[in-house]
Design a protein around this ligand. Structure first.
Ligand code: SF4
Length: 193
């Protein structure tokens, strides 16, 4: 366990090798699971402000569901707000490319420069999950092991890609460059031990 700027970082985050393998998983994290993608409090209003710009990038089913159920919902099981789900459990903001690989409608709007919300930070960081540590007031970054990502663990091993480096952009988005550089230095130190 590392402590970087008052964030508890589990060993898996620095030691685990991981690289999403979309040709194997097809982005299954967008449609598997029981809850919507967790949204931070500030993201609720950011999503509200950007929804009209994101809407043209969504599927018809997604729009119908979002407009019936809301832009986000409270999920009791995770005690948090998350993205709205379709009745089949997929994220209502998900689209698919011609190969059947999941794409994010929010990210498509962002990439076209029409929205300033890339996607929920929880999706950007995945498979790292950030929670409040039960025994302290610190936030904790943990690796969320899920069998749908098994091919990503194998690909990460092949490329020797540590998980924290794979999600570098998301870590910098959430905590800043200084945090990332401290984490990287600590990881290098652990590796040399
Ligand atoms: S997080 Fe897992 S399921 Fe999602 S794209 Fe990466 S490997 Fe696939």
């Amino acid at each position: 366990m590392l402590i970087i700027q008052e964030v508890l970082v589990s060993d898996d985050v620095v030691k685990k090798q991981f690289m999403c393998n979309l040709s194997a998983c097809k982005g299954a994290c967008c449609w598997e699971g029981d809850y919507g993608a967790p949204l931070e409090k500030e993201e609720l209003s950011i999503l509200e402000d950007n929804y009209s710009k994101i809407k043209p990038y969504l599927t018809k089913d997604g729009i119908v569901q979002i407009e019936a159920k809301g832009l986000y919902n409270y999920f009791k099981g995770m005690d948090d707000f998350g993205t709205t789900l379709l009745d089949n459990g997929a994220c209502a903001y998900m689209t698919k490319d011609t190969n059947g690989t999941a794409k994010c409608g929010m990210e498509a709007a962002y990439n076209d420069g029409v929205s300033d919300f890339k996607k929920p930070i929880s999706c950007h960081l995945y498979p790292i999950r950030v929670n409040n540590d039960e025994n302290s007031s610190f936030e904790a970054m943990n690796y969320d092991k899920w069998e749908i990502c098994d091919a990503a663990c194998k690909l990460g091993e092949e490329h020797q890609m540590p998980l924290y480096q794979f999600v570098k952009e998301a870590i910098i988005r959430k905590y800043g460059l200084d945090f990332y550089e401290e984490l990287h230095a600590a990881a290098q130190h652990l590796k040399a031990d």
